[in-house]
Structure formats: structure tokens, C-alpha cells
Design a protein around this ligand. Structure first.
Ligand SMILES: NC(=O)c1ccc[n+]([C@@H]2O[C@H](COP(=O)([O-])OP(=O)(O)OC[C@H]3O[C@@H](n4cnc5c(N)ncnc54)[C@H](O)[C@@H]3O)[C@@H](O)[C@H]2O)c1
Ligand SMILES: O=C(O)CC[C@@H](O)C(=O)O
Length: 525
């Protein structure tokens, strides 16, 4: 039974769903990195929010880990390249807390417009300072939206409902989408010059880091109010403090900080500055949504192989997964076969699907071929890290889909580009379930690729099979299955034998020495 650790505070629905789906679950929150390292080796899955940092160091101790599930959107607390290199799938829940976070941005905008936290403090201190708190209306004002994705779009919708004008800067926002959202597209400089309020909704990337830098803050309209419910690091905090102190910026509300938890900051205590402790996603509704979603996605993956919202591998629905499973087994065996027989100086490969296979999602089939192939280089390769490894080695990977049906109702063919030209192997599924090799380097041969095997290329001549049987028998090697194919009678023949024990180097040399043998190789599947 797969085992998952929930290491951050999460709605109890998550544990309930894991258990209902046959996944064992431990909820252990608040561990230090060293404490987490000590226990992570037991788990197949790790469900987190933002407190747990999934670093390279933690991953090195995660010997059984297959999936990290983030109950939320941002995955900046997960080292994705290190996870991919280790073959760990990283998933998030991209929509579950979007409305909640958009509402928090709107709430902070209102809090700034009417100075609500200060007014509350003063009133509860018995001051009744009616004349001190003069706010501004949002109606008719311009909201500058930096980032018009899931959350930005909802903020735009709510702001339009408040009769604001919305200008949006997002390099990926199309004209059509801007019209659909009812926003005006702008450059960043235009937005800075026009906005009465600015709200940020981008991820933190090299392009967005300090997008509100000292230089850009200086381009804003005097009296601007700024909200950040996205990620710390989008605003230069020191420059923001200067802008507030000088009065150029009329107010700023931050839910997120460069360093979190933000226990101290030069901004704290600055007039017209409001802060919340990364509460953007903190509503009952959002936490139930993301807990349910992350548990369902992780359980799907661990129990049936379905992949949803993964950031480092293609999606595979829970409905597709059972259909694709035997194809992935076939693809992995074919990849492994070409890897073991023709891995020298590979420059690229083509993965062709034909007949029934052509109706399926090809990406997982490609991933499985690459996993089988790349395992020749490292036994920690799987579908998650194989594409990256293939890329690192400069392999040109091509996917081809043929709708026609050939000799078989369904076929997967892998052709590798080698110095000696293209070499191809192909296989089918028997009964839509059992992977079977049908062709190896142009020779038809039907064989199961399973366990320890021996691959022999020889000249087709009488007496060879007897001599081979005797040689193996004398060495105590029992033959399980025997598959033979040949180009032409008396021409080149291929033998694939399954053997009960792996054939050692000395015996391989003996077989190689038999008359007519061109090549011998021990294979393992
Ligand atoms: N405060 C919280 O608790 C909380 C909760 C949820 C999400 N978030 C954060 O909010 C942010 C937005 O989330 P989302 O779900 O809307 O993400 P999203 O991916 O749907 O949208 C992000 C948008 O940013 C745009 N973008 C990318 N680079 C840009 C650039 N250089 N300039 C301008 N726009 C750019 C993208 O095109 C995209 O439209 C993320 O950082 C997420 O982690 C915070
Ligand atoms: O889990 C949280 O409380 C914050 C989540 C938020 O930052 C996100 O990116 O989804």
C-alpha cells in the first residue's frame, strides 16, 4: 500500500481521501529539515503547503518518493529540477484557491483605500478620530493589473464589478483574452503611469523579480496604492519603504514577503503600510478545495498512475492510465531493448505509434520509451527524469503517429539513429494487455521481453541450435523460451532466449566462439 506524509497543516479532507483510496497516510507537521530527512525515506508521496521546503538535500533522503503534491499554486518551495532529476513528479492545484486569493487582493485594496486597520486600532483605543481617516473611492479609479492569469482575471472581474477601469500588463495576454476580460492591455510603463491602484498576480521568475523596482516605483503616479498577494520578491521592499516614507506611495499592502515568515521588516510600523501573514489562500473554502484536489491527484497517481497538474511531466488522466499502462510497459521494454543493443553514439530516435496505439495520448508512451532507453545509463531513470536526460545528451526525439493499421492492430516502433544508420524494433500488445516484441532490426521475431535473456545474431546454418543448447546446458543454464527469426533461409538469424539465470561473461565468450555467431549479448528486462 503506498504511503503518504502530510507535512504541513492541511484540511482533514486530504487524509480522509487518501485513506478512502487505499493510501496509508501520516500527518506530521512542523518538522525541521533534519527531522524530515530522517523520516522521508518511508514515503511514496509528500503532501505540502508552503512551510515544507522540498530541497535537494531532502530529496536525497527521499529514497521511495514518487510524488510531491502542493496543496496550492506556487511551487517555489519545491526544487523542481532536483525533483525531476530524481524522477519525482511535482503536482500543484492551480485553481482551488484562486477566488480566495483574488478576494484577499480586493480586501487589501479596500483596506488601503479606507485605512481600515489604523481606523480600527484608533477606534478600539477609544480615540474616535473621525477627521483623521479620509479615504478614497475605488469607483472610477484605474486598477493596474500585473499578471492576468487565473487570479489576475478574477481580480479584474471583481474590479470591473466595482466600476473600476482595469489596465493589464501581461506579456502572454492576447488581444482576444483582454477583450473577453474587459481590460485594456498596456505596457508596464503605461500601467505604472496610469494606475491609482496596482495589484500583482505573477509568479516570481527571473523576469518578474523586482518588477516593482526602485526605478519602476518612481514611474508610478503620485498617491498610488499597491497590493501584493502573489509572491515576495516582486517588489523591492526597501524602495517601497522609501516611497511610503516620502509620500509618493499613498499606501501598500503586502501578503507576501521576500523572507517568510516575515517576523521583522523595515516596513513594519510604516504609516499606510498593511500586512497579512501570507493569508491569500486562507479561507475554509480554498483549503478544502486544495486539500481534496491534492489528495485526489496524488492518490490517482500512486494507485492508478493518473497524472494531473504535474509541473514536470505530461498529464495522464485516471481514465487514460489503465489503457496506457500496457503500452507504457511495451514502450519501456522496447526502449530498454534498443538501449541495451544500440546505445553507442545515439543521436536521436523516433517513436511511432500505429493502429489502436495512434488513438492514445502519445506523450506517456514516449516518456516510457525514453525511461527504458536511458536506464542503460542510470538505474534511477523513470518517466519524469528521462526526457531531461535525453535532452542533456542531445538526443533528437521525434513522435510519429500513423492512423493506418498494419500487420498488427496496434504497434509501437522505436527507431534509433546510430552511426551505422537507423535501427528499429517494434512490438504489439497481445489481447490488448501483454507486450510482445514483433521485430528486431528488420527481422521478424515474436518474443516476450522478460527477465534475463540472451540475444544472438548468427548465420542460419544446420546444427547451430544444438550446439548452443549443449553449451548453455553444460554451464547449467536452463532455457525458458526460445524465439527465432531470420532475414532469409541461410542468411542472418536472430535468437532471443529467456534463461533462468543470467549468463556470465565467460559463458558469453564461449557462445561468441561458436561457429557462425556474429554477436551475443546478455539482456535484462
Ligand atoms: N498569497 C497567496 O496565498 C497566494 C495564493 C495563491 C496564489 N498565489 C500566487 O499568485 C500568483 C499568481 O497565481 P495564478 O494562479 O494567477 O497564476 P497564473 O499562472 O494563472 O498567472 C500568472 C500570470 O502571470 C503572467 N506573467 C508571467 N510573467 C510575467 C511578466 N514578466 N510580467 C507580467 N505578467 C507575467 C502569466 O502570463 C500569467 O498570466 C502566483 O505567484 C501564485 O503563487 C499566492
Ligand atoms: O498554502 C498557503 O497558505 C499559501 C498558498 C499560496 O501561496 C499558493 O501559491 O497557492
Amino acid at each position: 500500500m503506498p504511503k503518504v506524509l502530510i507535512s504541513d497543516k492541511m484540511d482533514p479532507q486530504a487524509a480522509k481521501i487518501f485513506r478512502e483510496r487505499g493510501v496509508e497516510v501520516d500527518e506530521i507537521t512542523g518538522k525541521t529539515p533534519d527531522e524530515l530527512k530522517a523520516i522521508i525515506g518511508q514515503y511514496d508521496g509528500l503532501a505540502i503547503r508552503s512551510s515544507t521546503k522540498v530541497t535537494k538535500d531532502i530529496l536525497e533522503h527521499a529514497t521511495n518518493l514518487k510524488v510531491v503534491g502542493r496543496a496550492g499554486i506556487g511551487v517555489d518551495n519545491v526544487d523542481i529540477p532536483a525533483s525531476s532529476a530524481k524522477g519525482v513528479v511535482v503536482m500543484n492545484t492551480p485553481f482551488g484557491n484562486s477566488i480566495t486569493t483574488a478576494e484577499h487582493a480586493i480586501a487589501l485594496m479596500f483596506a488601503l483605500a479606507r485605512d481600515l486597520p489604523e481606523a480600527d486600532k484608533s477606534t478600539q483605543a477609544g480615540k474616535w478620530e473621525k477627521n483623521r481617516f479620509m479615504g478614497v473611492e475605488v469607483t472610477g479609479k484605474t486598477l493596474g493589473l500585473i499578471g492576468a492569469g487565473n487570479i489576475g482575471s478574477i481580480v479584474a472581474d471583481r474590479a470591473l464589478g466595482l466600476r473600476m477601469k482595469v489596465v493589464a500588463y501581461d506579456p502572454f495576454l492576447t488581444d482576444e483574452r483582454a477583450i473577453e476580460l474587459g481590460v485594456t492591455k498596456a505596457t508596464l510603463d503605461e500601467l505604472l503611469a496610469r494606475a491609482d491602484f496596482i495589484t500583482l498576480h505573477t509568479p516570481l521568475t527571473e523576469q518578474t523579480r523586482n518588477i516593482l523596482s526602485a526605478e519602476n516605483l518612481a514611474k508610478t503616479k503620485k498617491g498610488v496604492r499597491i497590493v501584493n498577494c502573489a509572491r515576495g520578491g516582486l517588489i523591492d521592499e526597501a524602495a517601497l519603504k522609501e516611497g511610503l516614507d516620502s509620500g509618493h506611495i499613498a499606501g501598500a499592502a503586502l501578503d507576501v514577503f521576500v523572507t517568510e515568515p516575515a517576523k521583522e521588516s523595515p516596513l513594519f510600523g510604516t504609516p499606510n503600510f498593511i500586512s497579512t501573514p501570507h493569508l491569500g489562500a486562507s479561507t475554509t473554502e480554498a483549503q478544502v478545495n486544495v486539500a481534496i484536489q491534492v489528495a485526489e491527484q496524488m492518490a490517482d497517481f500512486l494507485v492508478s498512475g493518473g497524472v494531473t497538474n504535474a509541473l514536470n511531466m505530461p498529464s495522464l488522466s485516471a481514465e487514460e492510465a489503465p489503457k496506457l499502462k500496457p503500452y507504457m510497459a511495451l514502450a519501456e521494454k522496447l526502449g530498454s531493448l534498443v538501449g541495451q543493443l544500440a546505445h553507442d553514439a545515439l543521436t536521436g530516435l523516433a517513436i511511432e505509434v500505429e493502429g489502436a496505439a495512434a488513438e492514445l495520448n502519445q506523450k506517456p508512451i514516449t516518456g516510457a520509451v525514453l525511461a527504458g532507453l536511458m536506464r542503460v545509463y542510470s538505474d534511477t531513470v523513470n518517466m519524469v527524469n528521462a526526457p531531461g536526460l535525453a535532452k542533456e545528451r542531445g538526443l533528437d526525439v521525434r513522435e510519429v503517429r500513423h492512423d493506418r493499421e498494419g500487420d498488427y492492430h496496434t504497434l509501437v516502433r522505436v527507431t534509433v539513429d546510430t552511426k551505422a544508420g537507423p535501427k528499429s524494433v517494434a512490438g504489439t500488445l497481445f489481447g490488448n494487455a501483454s507486450p510482445r516484441l514483433t521485430e528486431i532490426f528488420g527481422i521478424k521475431v515474436e518474443a516476450d521481453l522478460d527477465g534475463a535473456m540472451l540475444y544472438i545474431v548468427n548465420e542460419d546454418a544446420p546444427g547451430f541450435i544444438g550446439r548452443l543448447g549443449t553449451t548453455l546446458g553444460e554451464a547449467g543454464v536452463n532455457i525458458g523460451t526460445f524465439h527465432l527469426g531470420r532475414r532469409t533461409a541461410g542468411g542472418e538469424a536472430v535468437l532471443l532466449l529467456s534463461v533462468d539465470t543470467r549468463v556470465d561473461e565467460a559463458l558469453l565468450a564461449k557462445v561468441q566462439g561458436l561457429p557462425g555467431v556474429k554477436q551475443v549479448k546478455a539482456l535484462g528486462f
